[in-house]
Design a protein. Structure first.
Lengths: 563, 203
């Protein structure tokens, strides 16, 4: 039994040792447990870190994806990660980038030097392309070598880059364009400067030329202000130097009886802005008469204010020629009327001849006396008609306007219309009369005024190609009788209007116009102390107004009463 | 409108119109007078025989216009122009347009009446010819198609024998057709037949 005691001791010792070992075991176990817990924590932390990372991360082993995080799935348009796992990684890489990336991955895995950063085009699940920047590094995954790929979507950056490149190109293009434009502008500027220099030079030459043109002109050219004071002249007035002339009154240099003519011209020019033309005789002390024409137009000068430009020309030679030509013009006018006259006169002549022959054959027959008598009556009537025609032709062809006597304007108008009616009808024109029943008698040469009216009516009739309506009316304005001839013809162009009374100025050279008709009209009317005004609008027609002097008895004042 | 051949006078001058009318009437021609071209054109019927005496210069519608209007209406009445003074251009135009004569006022009775005689004769001849043409056309229309064929061959100068051969009929039948044709067209001989057909074909 000694053994039993021994054994009991031994047993207790063993039990104690067992307990100690157990405790030690438990301690180890606890330690292990702690380590495992710590590891688990750490793993979870890392996993969370990887899986929760906003950067896309995947691990590729043998070309297949063995791990990917949510960011990766999102980047490629997948809902969940498991869909992606096990798939070939090349699926999400654009075909043209695959070779390059595959070669590089292989090199990395073999441990050879290779690129670890790539930019390439990826493909989303739905096929949308995206730009990716990837960092590739070999890692050990589950004990094997794998590649860890960290990706970033750089599509936006790429787009911005592209936009930037484009913007840069655009900018460069603009710069090139602008430079070209600037070069061109510069060239133009240089040219312009050259031109301006040239034109300045030309202007100087031109100014010089104009100056000499004005100063050496045969005409007297005057600039006159509103009050009639001479401001500038190219020559001195008779008896005065140029310098002395400036500052004097223009009208003071004219014969007293002609001053109203010029005054009227200036008033008219100011009122109508149309250049006025007048002709005046100037008697020299020796008794010789020179004729002067004056053209009066308005000047609008910023520096010196409104005024007149007056050009005086010695037309004595013209006047002499004109007087001779007036006769010719009258003949020419007769020539154009000759056709009408021939027609007019050959009708009664024809009637006379036939009637005479009839009378000759019948007068011996007993029962034909009535016929003979009728024939003879017709002959007499037609002879009278011939006489009337001949008289009007003679009137028309009469020499210089002679004496003046009181005459009725309406009667003159009627005669003029009778003379021109046939011509008007031939031309398809239509003449309408509107005569004021009672007019004060005129003191005129009726034949001359008649000639003027025939001239004006013919002009009116010829003023258009279609049916021209010519209206002739007589009226009294401020005690003065007027006759107004209005036509609906083509009108007179402004450039012709100012020359309308110039001798030899005509737009109808081809039709045989001599350019003397209106000049003659003007001459006759002004000789009578009357006025002619012509207003015209192109396309609307022309209106001619003649104002004529009344017989003294009608005005109640002697002709010289105002002097 | 009178039916007998008439002289139509158109002149805007009433005195002249009266004098001419008196002269023409004294020569025995029916006369109608008009003071304007419009008046005449409004009244005249192309079937009316006679001639016209037209003044060249008239207001609105000139003599030349009246002539042109007549031509346009196929009224082939002869026209004699009278004019106040010698307008060469107008005369040339009038004659080219087929005027019979162109008289300058004042003209003598004799000249006027000679012109009118000639114009009336011309008009009568024209109208007669026109009437004959109409008659002949009616006669021609009465021929049978076979007779037309025979007529064409006769006019082409073929002998009866040739015609018979050509139409595959007996010579006797051809002779029978020929006699019928002569009867229907009132022809006296083959030469007369040819003359008539030629006249009808000429314009």
């Amino acid at each position: 039994m000694q053994d039993a005691t021994q054994s009991k001791k031994q047993l207790i010792q063993e039990l104690v040792a067992l307990r100690q070992r157990l405790a030690a075991c438990e301690a180890v176990d606890r330690q292990y447990q702690q380590t495992a817990d710590a590891l688990r924590d750490s793993e979870a932390r890392y996993r969370a870190l990887v899986e929760g990372s906003i950067q896309a991360i995947s691990i590729v082993m043998q070309g297949r994806r063995v791990f990917a995080n949510q960011a990766y799935a999102t980047m490629f348009g997948y809902d969940s990660v498991p869909e992606l796992l096990g798939c070939p990684v090349m699926d999400r890489i654009a075909p043209h980038d695959r070779d390059r990336l595959e070669r590089n991955a292989a090199a990395l895995l073999r441990g050879e030097p290779a690129l670890t950063r790539h930019e390439y085009q990826g493909v989303k699940k739905d096929g949308t392309p995206l730009w990716i920047e990837a960092l590739v590094a070999p890692v050990s995954f589950a004990g094997k070598t794998a590649l860890q790929v960290t990706l970033q979507d750089i599509t936006e950056r790429k787009r911005a880059e592209a936009a930037l490149t484009h913007a840069q190109a655009e900018l460069e293009r603009r710069v090139v364009e602008r430079t070209a434009a600037l070069c061109e502008a510069n060239a133009r500027l240089v040219q312009e400067i050259a031109e301006r220099t040239r034109s300045e030079q030309a202007l100087r030459v031109s100014e010089e030329r104009w100056r000499s043109l004005v100063e050496d002109a045969p005409d007297t050219i005057l600039e006159v202000d509103q009050r009639g004071t001479i401001r500038l002249t190219n020559r001195g007035m008779p008896g005065l130097t140029r310098a002395e002339t400036v500052g004097t009154r223009f009208l003071d240099h004219l014969p007293g009886d002609q001053r109203p003519v010029l005054q009227h011209a200036m008033d008219q020019a100011r009122r109508t802005s149309v250049t006025q033309y007048c002709e005046i005789p100037v008697s020299a002390p020796q008794g010789t008469v020179t004729w002067w024409s004056y053209r009066v137009s308005t000047l609008n000068r910023a520096d010196t204010g409104n005024g007149f430009l007056i050009v005086g020309t010695d037309i004595t030679v013209h006047k002499t020629t004109e007087r001779a030509l007036r006769q010719q013009d009258r003949l020419a006018a007769m020539g154009t009327l000759a056709a009408g006259i021939a027609h007019e006169i050959n009708n009664p002549l024809g009637a006379i001849r036939l009637a005479a022959e009839r009378a000759r054959d019948t007068y011996t027959r007993p029962r034909a006396t009535a016929v003979t008598r009728e024939c003879l009556d017709d002959i007499i009537a037609n002879t009278q008609r011939c006489t009337r025609i001949v008289k009007s032709v003679l009137d028309f062809a009469q020499q210089e306007p002679g004496d003046r006597w009181p005459a009725d304007l309406n009667q003159i108008v009627r005669t003029a219309v009778d003379i021109t009616r046939h011509y008007a009808e031939q031309r398809g024109a239509c003449i309408t009369l509107a005569l004021e029943p009672v007019l004060p008698p005129l003191l005129v040469n009726p034949v001359a005024i008649e000639q003027v009216l025939v001239n004006l009516i013919r002009n009116a009739v010829e003023a258009g190609t279609g049916t021209v309506r010519v209206t002739i009316c007589t009226q009294v304005v401020a005690g003065q009788p007027e006759v107004v001839i209005h036509d609906t013809g083509r009108g007179i162009a402004p450039e012709h209007q100012q020359h309308i009374f110039d001798p030899f100025y005509t737009t109808r050279h081809l039709d045989g116009g001599t350019g003397l008709g209106l000049s003659l009209t003007h001459g006759i009317i002004t000789e009578h102390g009357g006025t002619v005004d012509i207003t015209s609008q192109v396309g609307h027609g022309t209106t001619v107004t003649l104002r004529l002097p009344v017989a003294p008895a009608a005005t109640g004042s002697p002709p010289d009463g105002e002097l | 409108m009178p039916t007998e051949p008439t002289v139509f006078l158109v002149d805007d001058d009433p005195e002249m119109l009266k004098a001419i009318a008196r002269t023409v009437a004294a020569a025995g021609w029916p006369v109608q007078t008009y003071l304007s071209g419009e008046e005449f054109l409004g009244a005249y019927e192309p079937t009316q025989a006679g001639c016209t005496v037209l003044d060249v210069r008239m207001p609105r519608v000139s003599g030349l216009r009246v002539q042109a209007t007549l031509t346009a209406r196929h009224a082939h009445i002869p026209v004699i122009f009278i004019t106040g003074y010698g307008e060469v251009a107008a005369a040339v135009q009038a004659m080219k347009a087929g005027a019979m004569d162109f008289l300058e006022k004042p003209f003598s009775e004799q000249m006027l009446l000679a012109c009118i005689e000639r114009a009336m004769a011309h008009d009568a001849e024209m109208r007669q010819e026109q009437a004959w043409r109409t008659t002949f056309a009616t006669r021609l229309a009465r021929l049978t198609p076979r007779e037309r064929e025979v007529l064409d061959l006769v006019l082409a100068g073929r002998l009866n024998k040739e015609i018979a051969l050509h139409l595959a009929i007996s010579q006797r039948t051809v002779e029978l057709h020929r006699r019928r044709i002569m009867q229907k067209l009132h022809a006296e001989s083959a030469v007369d037949l040819a003359r008539q057909v030629l006249l009808a074909q000429s314009v």
